[in-house]
Design a protein around this ligand. Sequence first.
Ligand SMILES: [Zn+2]
Length: 96
Amino acid sequence: MQALSKELKDKIIKALEARQAKLPCPRCGHQSFIILDGFFNPTLQTEGEVQVRAGPSVPTVVVICKQCGFISQHALGVLGLLGQEEIPSPGQKIPS
Ligand SMILES: [Zn+2]
């Protein structure tokens, strides 16, 4: 089962293109990318040296260069894609 539907991936692509995020890979110049089938949701470390496991986080869409594997991330909130039913909110488990 796909974590991200084709419709959602199309919406992500449109959001990236609308923000002019369509340059080639910054590492190898390749022009073809994969959208990872799930989001990253890194947790902010706000307590100095103490590890925070359930703090605020930044849900991101993950884009991978098909040629060299370079990984880039885009914040879903900035893309206007947070708060939609099909996108897990921070701290919510992504269905598998
Ligand atoms: Zn590349």
